[in-house]
Design a protein around this ligand. Structure first.
Ligand code: ADP
Ligand code: ADP
Ligand code: MG
Length: 649
């Protein structure tokens, strides 16, 4: 067995590899860029070597620096993880030429599978079913167009060197072909330095099914069953699971055998994945599953396979790289239960999934699900639900970490393994909604909405599902009145709800407090009943974390940082003397009452626009407008007296 290993990667995958290496007694060496000097993977390894500036092109993608780091630390082997140099055959060869062990397939296997057209040709020869299409040398626009017409629309144009969902264009009609081809070629040239494309029939109702394969240097090749990665956004995986929902034994046998044949065709050594596209319009059928591509590395979603097979795939990689035979034979592998993985990204789904960067001032993912408090929908009161279980969390960041714009925004993978799919989805959905992150936005609310959506829970998955669900899964989540009330109580009382003796859930309202986060101002009732109608939905888990004068409140995968808005503007003051004071600098956009008008408690007086949000100021009690110092369009400063309400007896 190798005794020392350099991990040529970062983030969660570097941490994941270090964990297994350590368990096997292998000394680990991390590499890092400027941006990652304090990263978790650097601290987790036995040693770490700085390899350059933050951009990956100047650090993680510079093979010579990585090989030099391995030499300098006397590391025996290099594990590339996924992404970066993992599918770079020249780098694999350079590692071997430097006298080091490459934890991965032979460079010629990587090369054979590196270009999608060559790989498909090879697979055809090996008798593996491939998607109908055109793989020809003639790349003239006229020929490609003629081939596309012959295949029949919709078709997919794919860059042969593409990856990670880039370099692909779906074409629905002949007249769109020329423009799609040009734009696909442009992207292919700039991202992969290779303009060659292939054409494929676009499979309707597509499902992404892939098979984990493993080979050793003794000629053994096994499969570790399939994964379903159909939940994708722009051809990128979001949720992955194993086994595939609705896969029967005969179809499984056919697709897994095809995968083993594909691996055999390139004398495959190490961990690999054969990706297939299936026409799921009438369920999964052996005659409607076609080879798409092979990924000659460990896959992001490998944990779901590990969970259902009980195999540590990184351990197998290290054993195979050390020359050992595969630890298990095909007949010793079986499927146990169901596992689902969700990719947690630092991105904002409501802003077009724009990556979100910054320092993780607040970040928690529960390491176990124990009993938890929630706001019951029927009574609005706090209840406790006993749901227990343990997630598997793969992450490369922690509270305090910096999420930079230099690398992939995936910050963690959350995995749940259970006896069946229903339980796995239930556990994982309960976990994702308890993710808390601030000020970085994550896709946790979106993941939660997906995991509880009936189309997902019923197993009717396909690659277009996320787009089809649209606003059902991508929406702005506003804090519920119940949550705001609890936050107000905690900020005013300095105690969390659970700590209050004689909790005042049903006590009469004692006043209105204004809370603000970075986007808006909210009004919250102190000590009021937690109105059921205003809570979001069934068993709303929430969490409150005091932080000086502010509080982190989290609900449904979303986190807010609240503080009391300017005290003088708070209605507690207004409630006694009727002074309506501007809680913050802003602009008056509407005045809905006039001097001398009679107003009822709660009636809107004027609307202020502050921090890009509208915010209405209301009458604290029944009375008349005794003073009005606000005009539409006027700018007001914080604390300005805008109106005065006088009680009428
Ligand atoms: P596929 O290429 O079939 O989409 P995966 O879904 O397994 O395969 O994704 C692998 C992709 O992850 C790489 O192509 C790359 O874009 C991205 N990636 C590369 N390095 C990292 C990293 N350190 N952390 C997260 N993602 C990465
Ligand atoms: P990449 O190297 O970027 O991972 P793939 O060839 O694996 O490229 O395709 C990525 C995704 O695009 C697939 O998971 C699938 O959702 C979709 N896709 C690929 N080929 C087809 C096809 N012929 N018909 C329909 N969808 C496809
Ligand atoms: Mg792929």
């Amino acid at each position: 067995m190798i005794t020392s290993l350099l991990i040529a990667n970062r983030g969660e995958i570097a941490c994941r590899i270090i964990r297994t290496a350590r368990a096997l007694g292998i000394r680990t060496v991390a590499v890092y860029s400027d941006a990652d000097a304090k990263a978790l993977h650097v601290r987790s390894a036995d040693e770490a070597v700085h390899i350059g500036p933050s951009p990956a092109r100047e650090s993680y993608l510079v093979g010579d620096k990585i090989i030099a780091a391995a030499k300098a630390t006397s590391a025996q082997a290099i594990h590339p993880g996924y992404g970066f140099l993992s599918e770079n055959a020249d780098f694999a060869q350079a590692v071997i030429d430097a006298g080091l062990i490459w934890v991965g397939p032979r460079p010629d296997s990587i090369r054979a599978m590196g270009l999608k057209d060559a790989a498909k040709k090879l697979m055809k020869q090996a008798g593996v079913p491939t998607t109908p299409g055109y793989l020809g040398e003639d790349q003239s626009e006229a020929r490609l167009k003629a081939e596309a017409d012959a295949i029949g629309y919709p078709i997919l144009i794919k860059a042969v060197a593409g990856g990670g969902g880039k370099g692909m264009r779906k074409v629905d009609a002949a007249e769109d072909f020329a423009e799609a081809l040009a734009s696909c070629r442009r992207e292919a040239a700039s991202s992969f330095g290779n303009e060659v494309v292939l054409l494929e029939k676009y499979i309707t109702n597509p499902r992404h099914i892939e098979v984990q394969v493993f080979g050793d240097t003794h000629g053994n090749i096994v499969h570790l069953f399939e994964r379903d990665c159909s939940l994708q956004r722009r051809h990128q995986k979001v949720i992955e699971e194993a086994p595939a929902p609705g896969m029967d034994e005969a179809t499984r046998a056919a697709v897994c055998t095809a995968a083993v044949n594909a691996a055999k065709a390139v004398d495959y050594v190490g961990a690999g994945t054969i990706e297939f596209i299936a026409d799921g319009s009438e369920g999964l059928r052996a005659d409607r599953i076609w080879f798409m591509e092979m990924n000659t590395r460990l896959q992001v979603e490998h944990p779901v396979t590990e969970e259902i097979t009980g195999v540590d795939l990184v351990e197998w990689q290290l054993r195979v790289a050390s020359g050992e035979p595969l630890p298990r034979k095909q007949y010793e592998l079986s499927i146990n239960g169901h596992a689902i993985e969700a990719r947690l990204y630092a991105e904002d789904p409501t802003k077009g999934f724009l990556p979100s960067t910054g320092r993780l001032e607040h970040f928690t993912i529960p390491r176990a699900l124990g009993p938890y408090r929630y706001i019951a929908p029927s009574t609005g009161s706090l209840e406790t639900l006993d749901y227990t279980g343990h997630p598997r969390i793969e992450t490369g960041v922690e509270q305090g970490s910096e999420i930079s714009a230099y690398y992939d925004p995936m910050i963690a993978k959350l995995i749940w393994h259970a006896n069946d799919r229903r339980e796995a989805a239930r556990g994982l959905s309960n976990l994702v909604r308890r993710v808390e992150a601030w000020p970085v936005t994550t896709n946790a609310t979106f993941l939660h909405a997906l995991l509880v959506n009936p189309s997902f829970t019923s197993g009717a998955v396909h690659t277009g599902l996320i787009e089809q669900l649209g606003e059902d899964v991508v929406f702005d989540l506003n804090p519920s009145q119940s949550l705001l009330g609890l936050v107000a109580d905690a900020l005013v009382d300095d105690r969390l709800p659970g700590e209050l003796t004689g909790f005042r859930l049903n006590a009469p309202a004692q006043g209105i407090v204004r809370l603000m986060d970075r986007k808006a101002v909210y009004e919250a009732a102190l000590g009021g009943p937690r109105d059921a109608a205003q809570t979001l939905q069934h068993d709303d888990w929430f969490s409150l974390t005091p932080n000086g004068d502010s509080i982190f409140a989290a609900m449904q995968g979303q986190t807010w940082k609240f503080e009391l808005a300017a005290q003088r503007g708070s209605a507690t003051g207004a409630a006694s003397d009727g002074a309506i004071v501007s809680p913050m600098p802003g602009r008056i956009i509407a005045v809905t009452v006039g001097q001398g008008d009679a107003v009822a408690k709660g009636q809107k007086l004027l609307t202020l626009e502050a921090m890009k949000m509208e915010h209405s100021l209301v009458a604290p009690f029944d009375g008349v407008v005794a003073e009005l110092n606000a005009a539409e369009g006027g700018q007001v400063s914080e604390g300005a007296l805008l109106a005065k309400i006088e009680k009428v007896d």
